[in-house]
Design a binder for this molecule. Structure first.
Ligand SMILES: Cc1cc2nc3c(=O)[nH]c(=O)nc-3n(C[C@H](O)[C@H](O)[C@H](O)COP(=O)(O)OP(=O)(O)OC[C@H]3O[C@@H](n4cnc5c(N)ncnc54)[C@H](O)[C@@H]3O)c2cc1C
Length: 534
């Protein structure tokens, strides 16, 4: 037996170390070109510029900060008995965060397509302590663009969008309380009005991006049946680490997104500013803020999948077993094809949903109906349903695809120091849970479709969603929806296991077929362009 086994992974590692997330991904470029249209040439330059950072420097930092010895921790007091609740994070993460936020992604100078492509390139590195703060800031900006009728809110909006003295603010969102995260309307955190602002008292139990500058926060005005929505600055005096009358009790120890602080917090008179009508808090937080977060879950799932598919494909080309490259074994080849198909259609579907979302007149509006014409209301409804469907299906598929990609690497797949895939897998598991868990959204979609049936029959809705699918596919999906909607099995006391399973499958099938439509659209456009000699 040879004492010195000279086997080396270097050929694969050389390839991987030099992959540029954008420049080497012709499919991503094609999708961007198709959907961004005339914005593409400028976007292409910007994406290539950012990709030099995400594909190399930020990629390495993202891996490095995930090591246990770099784990974030709390320092509750300084050496002079001042309560500071400092969140200690690796310096490299803080520098990367500054570089990411300095891109001005939410500036009015950044077009929506430019923002989208840049976010995807950033998301290819997984959470890395960056994704959650980015999307929370996006949600905060969207909320404040609608409601900024207080000088403080106007200042916060400018700080997030355009920066102040070169410093761009970071947002967070605190909704969940210990007794129930799904049911925001059951919030207990109390808001007491005081002049032109409010003060908050009570606890929140899941507070991610705890290091943020400003927080979108739900609370119940004292004595009210309704939950209101507020924006809370994190600091009274940031330089001297004086928080806004709240204490960070504990950081959670999590399966995934470990580089991101998620805390339990007690508020004792924190100053906050009302955003929107005080009785419309739940509608506004769901309709505006969570909608952005849910869209992002779809995008980050697509980003993680395209990275996993790329790396698994290259590894299967490099690795041999029994004298063959492993990508020549039919079983493995099929799995790889599936991984690549899921990655591509999730990406195409995410761009298509973003296109539909961008075309909504006047942006997002809370609630199921508006006073617009029926065609616009139906369009809004399709976007609403697609965003929820994408949230649950893309996050579900992402863990599945990551698991399969890991298995292509065999035992090396689960080694945290062999590739980033185990970390991405753990992050994807979190995507499934936050921003509205699966069962809650499956129930919401069911309820919405029932409520809209009088002005948007389910058959018409599915026909519109599956805009280039074969009629037999549309008929199949419609039949499953009709069957589920004919009984109220989804509500407590009406149990029907068969229909519950059918509803999950039908929801997945509808989104997958929609993603296939988007993929066909991109591929057909490529063929048209080829025929036209472009
Ligand atoms: C890492 C991480 C970070 C987070 N960060 C934040 C944050 O920054 N801000 C924030 O506000 N929240 C945050 N959350 C909380 C997250 O949004 C909640 O965990 C989520 O909303 C679910 O709430 P819960 O955990 O209380 O579960 P529960 O509400 O107790 O739900 C438990 C189960 O019951 C199911 N269920 C509940 N209601 C229904 C229904 N009507 N029909 C069918 N099934 C139902 C759910 O799907 C779930 O499977 C974070 C969570 C995680 C894991």
């Amino acid at each position: 037996m040879a004492l010195n086994n000279t086997y080396s992974f270097d050929e694969f590692l050389n390839w991987r170390n030099n992959v540029n997330f954008y420049a080497d991904d012709t499919f991503l470029q094609k999708v961007a070109m198709h959907f961004a249209g005339s914005d593409f040439p400028r976007l292409d330059i910007e994406a290539r510029r950012l990709s030099e950072l995400t594909s190399f420097k930020w990629r390495d930092i993202s891996d490095d900060i995930a090591w246990p010895h770099n784990r974030i921790f709390m320092q509750h007091y300084d050496g002079h008995n001042h309560r500071i609740d400092r969140i200690v994070r690796p310096k490299a993460l803080e520098e990367m965060e500054k570089e990411v936020f300095s891109q001005g992604l939410f500036s009015s100078k950044t077009s929506p397509w430019e923002r989208l492509i840049k976010m995807i390139l950033i998301y290819e590195n997984g959470e890395a302590g960056i994704d959650c703060p980015l999307v929370c800031t996006e949600g905060l900006v969207a909320l404040l663009e609608k409601y900024h009728d207080h000088p403080e809110l106007e200042k916060i909006l400018q700080h997030c969008k355009e920066g102040m003295d070169g410093n761009f603010a970071i947002g967070a969102q605190y909704l969940s309380e210990i007794h129930g995260g799904s049911d925001v309307a059951a919030n207990d955190l109390e808001a007491v009005e005081e002049g032109d602002h409010w003060r908050l008292y009570g606890k929140k139990f899941f507070c991610s991006a705890t290091h943020a500058d400003y927080v979108v926060i739900t609370a119940r005005p004292k004595g009210s049946e309704h939950v209101g929505l507020f924006v809370m600055p994190s600091w009274i005096d940031k330089k001297n680490e004086k928080r806004n009358n709240y204490t960070i009790d504990r950081l959670k120890w999590k399966l995934g997104t470990a580089e991101l602080p998620t805390a339990e917090i007690t508020f004792n008179g924190a100053i906050a500013y009302q955003t929107g009508h005080i009785q419309r808090g739940v509608a506004n937080v769901v309709g505006i803020v969570l909608t952005h977060s849910r869209l992002t879950v779809g995008l980050s799932a697509a980003a993680a999948m395209i990275r996993a598919a790329r790396e698994a494909t290259a590894y299967a080309n490099f690795r041999t077993a029994f004298g063959f490259p492993i990508n020549q074994f039919p079983l493995l080849k099929r799995q790889l094809n599936e991984i690549n198909l899921y990655a591509k259609r999730t990406l195409a579907g995410a761009f298509k949903i973003y296109e539909m979302f961008q075309s909504l007149p006047g942006g997002l509006k809370g609630g199921l109906t508006t006073d617009e014409d029926i065609a616009t209301q139906q369009k809004r409804f399709r976007v609403r349903i697609l965003i929820m469907l994408q949230k649950i299906v893309a996050s579900w598929d992402a863990t599945d695809v990551l698991r399969k990609a890991i298995s292509v690497f065999g035992g090396h797949g689960v080694m945290e120091d062999f590739s980033s895939l185990p970390r991405l897998f753990r992050d994807m598991m979190i995507n499934e849970l936050w921003e509205g868990p699966r069962n809650v959204l499956l129930t919401q979609i069911y309820r919405d479709i029932q409520r809209a049936a009088s002005w948007y029959p389910v058959k018409q809705c599915i026909n519109d969603l599956l805009y280039n699918a074969d009629s037999c596919v549309i008929d199949d999906v419609t039949a499953a929806f009709d069957r589920c909607l004919s009984s109220n099995f989804i509500y407590p006391g009406q149990d029907n296991d068969e229909l519950c399973l059918l509803w999950e499958e039908a929801a997945h099938k509808l989104l997958h077929e929609f993603q296939n439509c988007a993929l066909h659209e991109v591929e057909a456009a490529r063929e048209d362009a080829a025929l036209a000699g472009k």
